[in-house]
Design a protein around this ligand. Structure first.
Ligand code: FAD
Ligand code: DLZ
Ligand code: SF4
Length: 509
């Protein structure tokens, strides 16, 4: 007789996850379930659902081969109650189990739902991270402001990654200044590895096409790895071919090369197929072996050891209401162009098109194109959050929300970022090759053909002058505005208002 259920969620796919470590193979029952509640709390990109289901099915088979008893529910099982809680109650009744052991989910919604179950549920801290929620809270306590850079330095010291004794390797903690170069098309840049679907994945792809075919996003070609072996191959490939160039092109965007030297490892890290420590160790070892420059190794490790851990800390520190923050009181509806509606802005068209096709965009595309535009246009941050949570292959709320609500939309009032990430078209033009093919002119500051980012940038700054004028990192921009010729200022603001009016009228801007 089974007495205990061990819950393994779709993003907890590692034998080392806390609940499995504490479970008893001989007596406990592992419960895994494909359910509509999880597949529809956001209108997930079909590739994301396919990745989660295929990886879950393979992980369940792996556990069974290791001697675990696994109760796996497929989405189309007629008995499926279609929620995680429902499946736990069903399995408990079926097997006579009286308690549940789970690793804490990465989303408040599910934590609260599990705590509400009429069954004793023990939630163990998810310790697949380099900094626990408790350690982060201790670090954050008594600090007036939480800044990633200081957290990151402490994490470097604590882990010894890229450290030479008590000094940072290469003599600097952060090589960001070296990593702001544009890129040029390079036929010799090695493309990312592609993983052809096997029988398990092919079956999932058919299911997803039938059930989620109308969600935004293209399902085929589906080229993601869906198990640990594949994820390890992707990691090898990145270390061997792309890490060396990561730093130099980290912030660059090219229409014909959506990935550049980025790793595409976020889905595997977030699902549990790779651990953050092993990924950082590989980058550290490549640097120590003299295979990659320090700016690349540091830039890459900072994203995982710094940003990823920092974002998780913030999510759990800030509590369940975080996704509803809206300090700038932005209320515009998310424009249809985010769902593939027509637009004349080449940068948005490229990034949204790439998102539709691959369920992927790299960080600067997310931050400085789609995020920047939504912030400048004053879009309701909750709608922006719902979009990011839906469309990216790696989107799980613990990491998506602080990036969107905090870093990208400044809706948390500066918990994550010390100033809003906004720019005019000049930044996008410098870092990408998008502007050449655009209906708008990036060099034009006002008038009907002016790049909308140029107009909205000033409109945003003036809308929020009281909040930002005192920010030492933004004061210069206000001085520039104040020195501008009155006629030009009037033209810029009138142009921005006219643009927003067209956007609100549903025109293809
Ligand atoms: P690389 O550029 O190769 O970076 C290496 C790894 O560093 C990534 O795999 C990721 O694990 C980590 N990383 C990099 N930047 C961040 C960051 N800002 N926060 C946390 N981890 C980071 N990342 C997600 O994993 N899930 C999300 O839902 C998500 N939503 C985002 C929403 C917005 C608005 C923004 C601006 C960023 C978001 N990010 C998210 C962060 C970042 O864009 C992605 O992690 C990255 O683009 C994934 O691609 P990659 O694996 O090729 O990353
Ligand atoms: C994202 C996702 C999807 C699409 N489907 C499932 C599912 O059917 N079953 C499951 O256990 N997990 C799924 N997930 C991942 C969960 O949504 C994720 O565990 C929570 O959001 C917490 O991070
Ligand atoms: Fe984007 Fe403006 Fe460049 Fe067009 S001109 S691609 S809208 S930044």
């Amino acid at each position: 007789m089974v007495t205990r259920l061990i819950l393994v969620l779709g993003d907890q796919l590692t034998p080392d996850v806390a609940a499995l470590r504490q479970a008893d193979k001989a007596r406990d029952l592992v419960v895994m379930a494909e359910v509509m509640a999880e597949a529809s709390y956001a209108r997930h990109h079909p590739q994301k659902i396919a990745l989660v289901f295929a990886a879950m099915r393979k992980f369940a088979a792996h556990l069974a081969a290791q001697g675990w008893t696994v109760a796996y529910t497929r989405l189309d099982d007629p008995e499926n109650s279609q929620s995680i809680g429902g499946e736990l109650l069903r399995r408990a009744a079926e097997r006579g189990a009286s308690e549940v052991l789970a690793t804490a989910p990465g989303e408040w919604r599910l934590i609260l739902a599990l705590n509400d179950l009429p069954l004793p549920v023990t939630l163990l801290p998810d310790d697949r991270f380099l900094c626990s929620a408790a350690e982060f809270a201790a670090w954050a306590r008594d600090r007036r402001q939480l800044r990633m850079e200081f957290f990151y330095r402490e994490m470097r010291r604590r882990t010894g990654l890229l450290m030479e004794g008590d000094k940072p390797a290469g003599g600097q903690w952060n090589f960001d200044h070296d990593n702001r170069r544009p890129a040029t098309p390079d036929l010799f840049r090695t493309p990312p590895p592609r993983f052809a679907p096997d029988a398990v994945t092919a079956e999932v792809l058919d299911l997803v096409a039938a059930r989620f075919g109308t969600n935004f996003g293209v399902l085929h070609p589906f080229e993601w790895a869906t198990d640990r072996a594949g994820a390890l191959r992707a990691l090898d490939h990145f270390i061997d071919h792309s890490l060396a160039g990561f730093g130099d092109t980290q912030d660059a965007m090219l229409a014909g090369d959506p990935v550049l030297a980025h790793s595409l490892l976020s889905p595997y890290l977030n699902l549990g197929l790779l651990s953050p420590r092993e990924v950082c160790d590989r980058a550290d070892a490549a640097f120590r072996a003299g295979l990659v420059p320090v700016n690349s190794a540091e830039g890459f490790i900072r994203q995982i050891l710094g940003w990823r851990e920092f974002m998780r800390g913030i999510y759990f520190l800030e509590g369940p209401g975080y996704t509803r923050r809206n300090v700038l009181a932005h209320s515009r509806a998310l424009p249809p162009l985010y769902w593939g509606g027509p637009t004349r802005m080449a940068c948005l068209s490229h990034v949204v098109g790439q998102t539709r096709d691959m369920a992927y965009a790299h960080h600067i595309q997310r931050l400085m194109v789609t995020g920047n535009f939504a912030l400048l246009a004053g879009v309701d941050p909750f709608q922006v959050h719902e979009w990011y949570l839906a469309v990216y292959i790696d989107a799980f709320e613990w990491v998506e929300a602080p990036n969107t609500i905090g870093m990208s939309q400044f809706a948390d009032g500066g918990v994550v970022a010390s100033k809003p990430y906004v720019s005019s078209g000049a930044y996008i033009n410098r870092m990408s090759d998008y502007c050449g093919g655009c209906a708008y002119d990036v060099a034009q500051k006002s008038g009907p053909g002016a790049c909308p980012f140029n107009l909205l940038y000033w409109h945003f700054l003036l809308r929020h002058r009281t909040r930002f004028a005192q920010n030492p990192r933004m004061a210069q921009m206000y001085r520039t505005w104040d020195r501008m010729d009155e006629t030009r200022r009037t033209a810029v603001l009138a142009g921005a208002d006219a643009f927003l009016a067209r956007l609100d009228a549903g025109e293809a801007v």
